[in-house]
Design a protein around this ligand. Sequence first.
Ligand SMILES: C[S@@+](CC[C@H](N)C(=O)[O-])C[C@H]1O[C@@H](n2cnc3c(N)ncnc32)[C@H](O)[C@@H]1O
Length: 201
Amino acid sequence: MNAPELAAFHLSRRRAAALALLLPCALARAQEATQGQQPAKPLDVPYVPTPMAVVNKMLDMARVRRGDVLYDLGCGDGRIVVTAAKERGARGVGIDIDPRRIAEARRRAQEAGVEDRVRFIEGNLFDADFAEADVVALYLLPRINLELRPQLWRQLKLGSRVVSHAFDMGEDWPPEQMQNLRGSTIYAWTIRKAQKDAVRT
Ligand SMILES: C[S@@+](CC[C@H](N)C(=O)[O-])C[C@H]1O[C@@H](n2cnc3c(N)ncnc32)[C@H](O)[C@@H]1O
């Protein structure tokens, strides 16, 4: 080995020794970071974002306008809440159990310049208080919609609107509107006296 090769060899041995010291710390930090990003419980619904054209149709069908408060239960990357705030002048709250989605939603709100009109909460939609909502947006699953239905009827005020991408609310709460867009079906309901009476005990 000539002198320059020897110097390079010693340098790479020092680098390897430094790496051996640093690597376990870096791995532990990476592990901590991903652990902190896991949902607190298994998802009830996998993450699939609503296409933007469908988001706009949902907001149309729910007649979202300036001053409305819109909740998205299982908000994913926040696209429905952020679009309602940016394009319709609404205020919005998104709830999702997955911290990675909440981080994405907050970034989206910041990029759209609507952070002052939206909030994103990491939590279980079944524990949520959404009584202030004028509009609730959903993209869940048939079983989860049915499970959530009494909570919607109990919490929401008369005249509030519910809009759901892809799934209805069962035969005994037929939608007032149903529209198809590029292979997606969207359903909309209004909370009426019959729903409030059904959960009054
Ligand atoms: C099909 S995605 C819909 C995302 C968004 N609403 C949209 O339309 O683009 C369903 C979302 O529900 C969230 N989710 C699943 N179970 C949940 C629960 N128990 N509480 C809150 N969010 C939940 C998932 O993390 C996922 O982001």
